[in-house]
Design a protein around this ligand. Structure first.
Ligand code: NAX
Length: 331
């Protein structure tokens, strides 16, 4: 039998946490043959709710669960973890300035970076979900200098999956037959969902999405804004933000990172930019990546047309501004 993997979920008493922990316990993230020890962190006001989640994990009698740690102590939560999914953060409330929200999250991610750096297992893989996801991941990277930069990522897989879903609905094809969309940049409304290299598996072989959709106005307009604004549309409908789709996409992100992407398929991940595609180095930016042996690689050599170039640059500019704002909160 395999050794259990320790998986940390922060913000585990929240709504994404509630959807995510049973998925992990069912093997959706790491495989149905992989035992796990779940570490759950939340803050003291949520301690009782967190304990309730722990009780439900016991009650569900998941065969893969070999232990549950539920705590409000970051050191205890981070100790020995192999995977860290950072869902906890400070949400933007009505009337709050962007800088105030950033400042709260900078201090959370600075502290949790140190806890992970000092107590996580070597080679721990980190996924930041909490917003501003890219910049929280960057702060975590900066304050955990001994964790390799390539181990720190943020979630844009939900945006990627939303783009696949929109194409599948438009063409009335199975979502599993659509692949290789790209989310470039920030997990915010400045992101660029790009279909220029996306394909659909048809009876007549793989066909470019552009050839099948035959509606460039839709692809260059409504498709992009629908994906960019999808989070807001879910809030409007549910009066709560996306949770099951966020949890499922977080599992997809980790599963593909650890177990590899299928041959010929890439996915979107927020990773530390090395300057690929002339994106400024030193930002956490969403790129198309393939994964093998537990490591991601940015897909190289894709053609970027003028329309796309502008959009790649716009979202990079927003991330540079966020980075500056985050740094201004440190002093
Ligand atoms: P909730 O407010 O339901 O849950 C957040 C939980 O985090 C709460 O239980 C809270 O007590 C806890 N928390 C706060 N500070 C903490 C700290 N310092 N350490 C540990 N836990 C802490 O929010 P939920 O709907 O679960 O969303 C969580 C985060 O995901 C938010 O920041 C949200 O904006 C972000 N999202 C990111 C997405 C992405 O694709 N990257 C999509 C979904 C989601 O909007």
């Amino acid at each position: 039998a395999k050794e259990p993997v320790r998986v940390l979920v922060t913000g585990a008493a929240g709504q994404i946490g509630y959807a995510l922990v049973p998925m992990i316990a069912r093997g959706v993230m790491l495989g149905t043959d992989q035992p796990v020890i779940l570490h759950m962190l939340d803050i003291p006001p949520a301690a009782e709710a967190l304990n309730g989640v722990k009780m439900e994990l016991v009650d569900a009698a998941f065969p893969l669960i070999k232990g549950v740690v539920a705590t409000t102590d970051a050191v205890e939560a981070c100790t020995g973890v192999n995977i860290a999914v950072m869902v906890g953060g400070f949400p933007r409330k009505e009337g709050m300035e962007r800088k105030d929200v950033m400042s709260k999250n900078v201090s959370i991610y600075k502290a949790q970076a140190s806890a992970l750096e000092q107590h996580a297992a070597p080679n721990c893989k980190v996924l930041v979900v909490a917003n501003p996801a890219n910049t929280n991941a960057l702060i975590l990277k900066e304050f955990a200098p001994s964790i390799p930069a390539k181990n720190i990522t943020c979630l844009t897989r939900l945006d990627h999956n939303r783009a696949l879903g929109q194409i599948s609905e438009k063409l009335n094809v199975q979502v599993s037959d659509v692949k290789n969309v790209i989310i470039w940049g920030n997990h915010s409304s400045s992101q660029y969902p790009d279909v220029n290299h996306a394909t659909v598996n048809t009876a007549a072989g793989e066909k470019p999405v552009r050839e099948l959709v035959k509606d460039d106005a839709w692809l260059n307009g409504e498709f992009i804004t629908t994906v960019q604004q999808r989070g807001a549309a879910i809030i409007k409908a549910r009066k709560l933000s996306s949770a099951l789709s966020a949890a499922s996409s977080a599992c997809d992100h980790i599963r593909d990172w650890v177990l590899g992407t299928p041959e010929g398929t890439w996915v979107s991940m927020g990773v530390y930019s090395d300057g690929s595609y002339n994106v400024p180095a030193g930002l956490i930016y969403s790129f198309p990546v393939t994964c093998r042996n537990g490591e991601w690689t940015i897909v190289q050599g894709l053609s970027i047309d003028e329309f796309s170039r502008k959009k790649l640059d716009l979202t990079a500019e927003e991330l540079s501004e966020e980075k500056a704002l985050a740094y201004s909160c440190l002093s």
